[in-house]
Every structure is written in structure tokens, then in C-alpha cells.
Design a protein. Structure first.
Length: 711
């Protein structure tokens, strides 16, 4: 880590300690990350209001947002279903009623008859004439000047009024060091300086089109996007360079080694794509610098066996491996496969999850600490403090976007040697679009399995309104009568419980929002299908079941003892039952596109033609329509990922990589692709010719958030 980053981190820690002494709006500002002057200067408006001109009531049209100035004729509190403050304002050309449903007694006194007010709001025709509901109000005199610039409306949070935030931003903008860091030759001609750009965007002239401001096409916005992308690219490149100076065990694959023995006993041949990525990983493992690689591939492309081969290379060299998965069901799927493949070859595999009984957990921890367990598989329990590895050489993280930054760093630090770091291989069944990889993953090597194993049958996707539910149940009856198996996925457990995601991701923040009451829940659906399909086994699986019960239900479904599995999204990843030929996803409009694709991938794993039915409730939002249309049109995970990025944007798509803090606030990956390339080229020049300038740029824009990009 560079010295400037250490200093920044220390400064941030000190500021965080001071934050506890703050109260009210200041605490709200801390939560928004508005700590340094530069943070305030870079906190740009969401939109603008034009308070530079007045409109006469005689010229105003209903439905317009206008600013009017007039004299209060009277005010009164009335009971119209609830207490309301009604103020009658006369601007000389007409009158308007100002209606306030929430108000203070002091406001009624302040807005007394004869007081001149300047109000801004939506004009509408009410039952008693023209009115404004909850307009913004200022007490003025006849000679009070109008604003000379558009009024900024900033992103804020509860307890942080716009007026307070505007003053804080103004003060931060005045104090912030905004000198030009970048050499003029590297900034495109015609763009303003950073200082000019920020002052303009905080105080734009009323002559400037609001559309140009809000669609971020103005040259001032272009300058900020470029600076932000440049800092982000610099941080990624610095992380890659710093890692080149770190040491890791060199894990050389040897002829006749464990990985070759594993290949010999596998009941299938690797695809050409799997062999290619195995070679890429083996080359990295053989180097004395830590591998930092993402293995991405579509659902069912065979990432687990690639991870097993990488682990075999490491274990053959005398080092331990750890595989961490976000849910116990996914971890158990990996565990079963790896035990079946590796234990016959003499490999001891340990199992660590939070649900283990104390005695069993103690035994497993002892196996890991002694080195007797060469491979450790588990959930977040793998990174707990009491887990000590004898010689951790390779860390494998599946569904890496489901883990927070701190969790991934914690696993990497499990190698006790102060001189060595373990190699890191992250896996994802959500393919990352190229633009996103260039931007967010520039410090990672990326291996892609772009070929599915032979024998995978195409999945037909059908989109039905939930009014056709009886037809779907009849289709299920036909399938199970033929000896096939069916998944039925519901979004919730019951009306009062939280989502499986909150239950399974123990280290994540648990939402306190309750799900809507109109969703059919999994227990009701299980009962309905059990009654409709008498004579066939119908299982129930959700996140609140004890681990042993989950394992039993999954075992019964995998063995064929159950014909139908009614489940929540705990079966999203890792479940492999080749005989399952039908997937029904209820309230499909409530799921994300990537999640729908993952769920669909649970079928089509055998030789039988498979179908995925997406049931939706009307009316559908535009986003819901886009998701279901994409699912019906393509099975290609890379195309799904591209559309998902378009719909959700990069911050949500990348999930916990940023720990909820988007690293790109201004640039748009879809619209600014050309600028990404330009920023990358300039970043390379700065690191080569102006390293001190590069440090200043990263410190200014990212501060401690530059650490997020290193996990």
C-alpha cells in the first residue's frame, strides 16, 4: 500500500472516532461519506430548481412548477379530515391557496397577514380554487433579490435538510484544495478546470439548459467523469503493481502429480475451455507472486472441477486450500463433489459451517490447524478468528460478489507467514461484461469458460401470467407421472419473515423491511401442490430450516424420493439434479435477471428437454417486462449479463464488491465507454512519468475507498 493511502486511512480512522461525538445533521453527513472538504465539493446535485424568475398567477398554467411572490391575505387552521394550515396568497394578479398538512405553530405566526412570501411549487386546481400543497416558502421584502443561479437539490438522507447541506457543500467547496493536478497535455482541450467545473455544477447559470445539466453531457460533467475514471483506473493499476511485489508460494504442477491423477478418475472429459483456463491458472500458481484471478463461466459450465484441479496442484506442492461459499447448501454441494473426487486419492477434506455442533467443530478445527486437512470447505465460518491454517496456499471463493470486501481480505490473510500471501481464485456464474471488467476488475486476471459441457439440453423459457397457475400445475402432474422432477421457487417464506438472502448471508446487513403481503408464500404453495399431486412426494426447503433438515430434503430430492421441491432461492446455486426437467418461478417479476438465470440453470442438466416457467403478477413494471423479455429471448449468460447491466447499472451488478458504496458516481459505463479507454491510457502515462501526480489523484477521489478495489 502506498504511503499516501496509509495516511488517508489513518486520517479516516481518526475522523470516524470523532464522528461519535457529532449529532443530528453532522451524523447524517458522515453516513453519506461527507467527511472531507473534497467529499463535499464532489457531492453534486441530483437536479436543479429555477428560483431565478417569478411567474404571475395570471400567466401560470395548472400543472406547472412555478415561483410566485405575493402578500398573505389570511391564514387559518382548518379540519378537513385532518388539521391543515391554509394560507391565502395574493400576487396582485390573482390568489392561490397554500396548503400544509404538516406544520408548526410558529409557521402560522410567521406567515401572518401582510407578510410577503416567495413560494415555489406545483400549481393545481383544487376544490376551492388554485392551490399549492407544501410549496417551499421564503419570507422576503419587496427588494429581496432573486437567485442568480439555479438552486441545487442534493442527494440527502433523513435528518439532513437541504438548507443545511447547501451551506456545508458551499463551505467545503470554498475550503477544498482544487488546484490542477493533471498535466494540461493530458486533459482534452476545451474542458474547464476541475475548480471551474465544480463551481459551475454547484451554481449553474439559468441560461444553461437543465436537460444538458441533468443528462451529464455538459463539458463540466465530462471533466468530472474523466477525473473519476482516471482515479479508479489508477487505483486498480496501483493494486496490480503492489501485488507484483508481494510473495506467494510457487506451486508448480508436476508430471504425474495429484491433478493428473484427478483427471484420470473423473467420469467425464474436460471441455477445451476448461483445459484452457486450467492452464492459465497453473501458470499463475507457479509464480512466486500471489494469483488474483476471476474464473467466470455460465451456469453449469464446470467451474467446480477447474477449482478442484487448481486445489490439487496446490495440495500436491504441500500446501492447504480453502473453498468458501456464501450459503451452506452451495458449500455442501461443493463438499460432496470434492470428497467424491479427492478422498479416493488420499486427500483429507474438512467441513466448516456455523451450524456444526461444538464437538464436531473442534475436531474439524484441529484437522485444519495440524495440516492433516489439506482442503477446507465451508461458509463464512472458514474466516472466523479461531480457524488457523497450517499452510494456506490457495484460497477459492465461489460466488465472490456475494461476499463483502472485508470477508475476502480476511480469507487472504489466513496465511500466517508475514512474508507470504495465498493465491486467490474467485469464481462467478454471473459473467462480467467486458466494459465492467475493464472498469471494476482492472486489477484482476479474468479466465472465462465460454463453452458448456456436452449433453446439456437447451432450456425453453415460457412467460405466463399467474392466472394460468392451474395449467402449470397440470403440466407438473404430467412431468412427475413420467418420472421426472420439478422445482417450484417462491420469493418468500411467509408474510412476516425476511428473505433467504438476509438469512443466508450472515455477515451482511439484515433488512428490517418486511416483504409485501400480496406474495404467495412457500408454505402455502407447498400445501397446495401436496394436495394437487397426491401420490407424489412434495418437499419443502427454505432458509429457516435447520441445516440437518435442509440436507435431508435435498438428499431426498437428489435421490428421486421427492418428485417436486418447493423452495426459496436457497437452491439458486450449486444444486445439481439431472432428472429435474421443469422449473417454475413464482412472482418472477420480483427477482433480478441474474438470479432468474441462475435459478433456470438448475434444470437442463440431463438428456431430457427442460422448461422454465416464469409466473408473473400484473401489472408489470417496465423493468419487470425487460427482465422477463430477456429471459424468454436468450439462454446465453453473457447476453443476460449485458442486459442485466443495462437494467440495474454497475453498482448493483457488482454487488458487495463495493460494500454498498458505489465507486463510480458520475461516469456511466454504457455511455462513457470511449472515456474508459482514454482514462486507462492516461493512467498508464501518469504511473510511468508522474507517479506523485497519480498518488494525489487517487487520494483526492477515492480516499480509503481505494481499498475496496483490492479485494
Amino acid at each position: 500500500m502506498g504511503a499516501f493511502q496509509l495516511a488517508q486511512g489513518a486520517s479516516a480512522s481518526k475522523t470516524a472516532a470523532q464522528a461519535d461525538k457529532r449529532s443530528g445533521p453532522q451524523k447524517a453527513m458522515d453516513k453519506l461519506g461527507l467527511i472531507r472538504d473534497i467529499d463535499l465539493a464532489l457531492h453534486l446535485p441530483l437536479r436543479y430548481e429555477d428560483e431565478t424568475r417569478l411567474t404571475l398567477l395570471r400567466d401560470a398554467r395548472d400543472g406547472q412548477t412555478v415561483q410566485i411572490e405575493g402578500v398573505v391575505r389570511d391564514n387559518r387552521v382548518e379540519m378537513r379530515g385532518r388539521r391543515q394550515l391554509i394560507v391565502r396568497l395574493d400576487d396582485g394578479t390573482g390568489e392561490v391557496l397554500l396548503r400544509f398538512l404538516n406544520f408548526y405553530g410558529s409557521q402560522q405566526k410567521s406567515w401572518a397577514p401582510g407578510v410577503r412570501l416567495r413560494v415555489r411549487g406545483d400549481l393545481r386546481h383544487g376544490f376551492f380554487g388554485r392551490e399549492m400543497v407544501h410549496p417551499t416558502v421564503r419570507i422576503v421584502k419587496e427588494d429581496t433579490p432573486l437567485a442568480t443561479a439555479l438552486t441545487p437539490i442534493y442527494p440527502t438522507s433523513a435528518g439532513l435538510p437541504q438548507a443545511y447541506l447547501r451551506k456545508a457543500v458551499e463551505a467545503g467547496l470554498a475550503r477544498a484544495s482544487l488546484e490542477e493536478i493533471l498535466p494540461a497535455s493530458l486533459v482534452p482541450a476545451g474542458w474547464p478546470t476541475l475548480r471551474e467545473a465544480l463551481h459551475f455544477l454547484h451554481h449553474p447559470s439559468p441560461e444553461v439548459s437543465v436537460t444538458v445539466l441533468e443528462d451529464h453531457s455538459h463539458p463540466a460533467w465530462q471533466r468530472l467523469k474523466f477525473e473519476e475514471l482516471l482515479a479508479q483506473q489508477l487505483s486498480q493499476m496501483q493494486a496490480r503493481r503492489e501485488r507484483a511485489h508481494l510473495k506467494a508460494p510457487a506451486l508448480q504442477a508436476r508430471r504425474g502429480g495429484l491433478h493428473e491423477k484427478l483427471l484420470a478418475v473423473l467420469p467425464f472429459e474436460l471441455t477445451a475451455a476448461q483445459r484452457r483456463v486450467c492452464d492459465e491458472i497453473a501458470l499463475d500458481l507457479a509464480k512466486p507472486q500471489p494469483m488474483h484471478r476471476l474464473l467466470q463461466g455460465d451456469v453449469g459450465s464446470g467451474k467446480t472441477v477447474v477449482a478442484a484441479i487448481a486445489a490439487a496442484v496446490a495440495m500436491d506442492a504441500g500446501w492447504q486450500c480453502a473453498l468458501m461459499a456464501p450459503t451452506e447448501i452451495l458449500a455442501e454441494q461443493h463438499f460432496r463433489k470434492l470428497v467424491a473426487w479427492l478422498e479416493p486419492l488420499g486427500v483429507k477434506v474438512a467441513w466448516l459451517t456455523g451450524s456444526l455442533k461444538a464437538k464436531t467443530k473442534k475436531e474439524q478445527l484441529a484437522l485444519v490447524a495440524s495440516g492433516e486437512a489439506q482442503l477446507v470447505v465451508g461458509t463464512h465460518a472458514v474466516i472466523q478468528d479461531q480457524v488457523e491454517f497450517a499452510r494456506l496456499g490457495l484460497a477459492l471463493i465461489d460466488e465472490q460478489h456475494r461476499f463483502g470486501v472485508a470477508q475476502r481480505l480476511q480469507l487472504r490473510r489466513k496465511l500466517e507467514s508475514s512474508e507470504l500471501e495465498p493465491h486467490l481464485l474467485m469464481m462467478s456464474a454471473t459473467p462480467i461484461p467486458r466494459t465492467l471488467a475493464m472498469t471494476y476488475l482492472a486489477d484482476l486476471e479474468v479466465s472465462t469458460i465460454d463453452e458448456l459441457p456436452p449433453g446439456r439440453t437447451p432450456i425453453v423459457t415460457k412467460v405466463f401470467a399467474d392466472t394460468r397457475r392451474p395449467e402449470v400445475i397440470e403440466k407438473i402432474r404430467d412431468e412427475v407421472a413420467k418420472g421426472r422432477q420439478v422445482y417450484w421457487v417462491c420469493p418468500l417464506i411467509d408474510e412476516t419473515e425476511e428473505s433467504d438472502q438476509a438469512l443466508e448471508e450472515k455477515a451482511g446487513r439484515v433488512s428490517n423491511k418486511r416483504p409485501p403481503l400480496d406474495l404467495s408464500n412457500v408454505t402455502q404453495t407447498h400445501q397446495e401442490l401436496s394436495e394437487a399431486l397426491q401420490g407424489f412426494g412434495v418437499g419443502l426447503l427454505h432458509g429457516r430450516l435447520p441445516a440437518a433438515e435442509k440436507a435431508e430434503v435435498m438428499g431426498q430430492f437428489a435421490s428421486g424420493a421427492l418428485s417436486v421441491l418447493v423452495a426459496t432461492t436457497v437452491i439458486e446455486v450449486g444444486v445439481d439434479v439431472p432428472n429435474a426437467s421443469l422449473m417454475v418461478i413464482e412472482h418472477a417479476e420480483r427477482f433480478g435477471l441474474s438470479q432468474l438465470h441462475q435459478l433456470r440453470g438448475r434444470v437442463g442438466r440431463g438428456a431430457v428437454a427442460s422448461v422454465c416457467v416464469l409466473l408473473y403478477a400484473s401489472p408489470l413494471s417496465e423493468t419487470g417486462k425487460s427482465r422477463l423479455k430477456a429471459m424468454a429471448e436468450t439462454n446465453d449468460g453473457f447476453e443476460i449479463a449485458r442486459r442485466d447491466l443495462e437494467i440495474r447499472g454497475p453498482g448493483e451488478f457488482m454487488g458487495a464488491r463495493q460494500s454498498g458504496a458505489a465507486l463510480l458516481r458520475f461516469a456511466d459505463l454504457a455511455e462513457d465507454q470511449a472515456m474508459i479507454g482514454r482514462a486507462r491510457a492516461v493512467a498508464e502515462k501518469l504511473l510511468r512519468d508522474h507517479p506523485r501526480v497519480a498518488e494525489k489523484q487517487v487520494a483526492r477521489w477515492l480516499g480509503q475507498k481505494s481499498e475496496y478495489l483490492k479485494a
